[in-house]
Ligand binder design. Structure first.
Ligand code: TRP
Length: 440
């Protein structure tokens, strides 16, 4: 017999609920579906929803956002080519460090501090921070244990400086095998001569004592490992696998990003627009670009034994700063001193803020005033060093606190890395699919 009106309505509405349920589940769990549907525009998903995704839990759909939303929709419809590489492209960060030792103040001012700021700026769609263990092996093949142990040290350093696993994906390079396959394809797009010209590779060959001819002494290692020689290519796959738009690193990494951009260019011109060209983001302060070691030597480096580590205690920091290189001609307090090349002042350039003076050294209103007094003479090294110690400990205290927290919960740290690596792997696999498809 005929069903009553109400029952019919109920039957349809349950279908509607089921269909809507499937739709939203797909939207949430299979965001990528949109990319394949609109495969001519790789960013279509972020175009449609992007940061203003109305389904995102905590974000309201404000009026200006709505305008931008419809404008994007319009551009998307009218010119897919434009939307692929326009300014509105999702901003993605990828960066990382080799786990060959604990991280130090050079890493902090050169890159870590910036990463945390970028993370908290909310400007980036995704942030990937990689522990480059496979890259560390390129010149430590005989010492995998060292690399293995430092993975957790670097993870602790990351968490201590304030990288938040809820906002930044922390992962281990070797747990993303997709990166190898990408590198394998990119290898065909780079010449030996181009790699030989890479200034960082050149400098590191010198530094590591790799020698292609017979080693002249015991310290020189025979031959340049191919893996080491080609690590710029592997770094290009690290960056492109995550479609990174922004790579915040120190100055020494500039040739790597340049090489990556060339590979992207080459790939896109041979196989069609697939990869994203990344931009480097350098520290904005000269002192932060290349923080010298405590001995005043060019760069903080473990092998030179001139580092202040993020995990150093207050006592260790005090000792290291007290022994720091200053102006060798500044013998008596009354003597005029040099500020340029004076490590203590370089560190103050990198770390001090105006409020530190009223707090720790109220006789001076700014770093400029302190420098002027030092130049004139009458200001002793110890006083300046004490100021630096106070400032460094102010910076390092919260870092130490967070380190203690995570050191007591090491299982949690492993879990963060496992989850992060899984997430990173999914993202890299997606790019690899696109790369394979492009090469067909
Ligand atoms: N080469 C970087 C270092 O020496 C580590 C690294 C590996 C990296 N892959 C990267 C940095 C990709 C930025 C982007 O510390």
């Amino acid at each position: 017999e005929k069903l009553p009106q109400l029952a019919t309505a109920n039957r349809y509405s349950s279908w509607i609920i089921v269909i809507a349920g499937i739709y939203f589940t797909m939207r949430i769990y299979k965001k990528n579906l949109y990319r394949t549907t609109f495969s001519h525009c790789r960013y279509s998903f972020s175009y449609l929803w992007g940061r203003n995704d109305p389904f995102r839990k905590s974000e309201s759909f404000a009026a200006p956002d709505a305008i931008r939303f419809w404008r994007r929709q319009f551009f998307f419809v009218s010119s897919p080519a434009k939307c692929t590489f326009s300014k509105n492209m999702a901003k993605i960060i990828l960066t990382g460090d080799r786990p060959t030792g604990r991280l130090h103040l050079g890493h902090f001012v050169g890159s870590l501090r910036r990463r945390v700021e970028l993370q908290n700026s909310g400007e980036f769609e995704k942030i990937f921070i990689m522990i480059a263990d496979a890259q560390a092996l390129t010149d430590n093949a005989d010492n995998p244990e060292k690399v293995r142990q430092n993975i957790i040290e670097v993870a602790l350093d990351y968490l201590s400086v304030g990288l938040d696993p809820a906002q930044s994906t922390l992962f281990i390079q070797s747990q993303v095998p997709e990166l190898c396959e990408l590198a394998f394809y990119y290898m065909n797009l780079v010449t030996v001569a181009r790699l030989q010209r890479n200034p960082t590779v050149k400098a590191e060959i010198q530094l590591r004592g790799f020698s292609e001819n017979n080693a002249e002494n015991d310290l020189q290692r025979q031959g340049i490992p191919v893996g080491f020689f080609t690590y710029p290519i592997s770094q290009a796959s690290d960056i492109t696998a995550f479609k990174a738009t922004t790579v915040p690193v120190g100055e020494d990494q500039e040739p790597m990003i340049e090489q990556t951009r060339e590979i992207v260019h080459k790939f896109n011109s041979v196989y069609g627009e697939t990869l994203v060209e990344p931009e480097i983001l350098l520290p904005d302060n000269a002192a932060c670009m290349r923080l010298p070691g405590t001995d005043g030597k060019a760069k903080m480096s473990k092998s030179l034994n001139n580092c202040i580590y993020l995990s150093d205690t207050a006592d260790e920091v005090k000792k290291k700063v007290m022994g720091m290189y200053t102006d060798p001609d500044h013998l008596r307090v009354e003597d005029p001193g040099k500020v340029e090349g004076n490590t203590v002042f370089t560190y103050l350039d990198a770390f001090s803020r105006p409020e530190h003076f009223s707090k720790y050294l109220p006789e001076y209103s700014s770093l400029e005033e302190l420098k002027a007094h030092y130049r004139r003479g009458g200001l002793g090294d110890v006083k300046v060093k004490r100021l630096l110690i106070a400032i460094l400990n102010e910076v390092l205290d919260p870092i130490r606190e967070r380190r203690h927290y995570y050191e007591a919960r090491i299982g949690e740290v492993y879990e963060i890395l496992r989850e992060g690596s899984e997430k990173a792997r999914a993202a890299a696999a997606e790019t690899l699919e696109e790369v394979r498809a492009a090469m067909k």
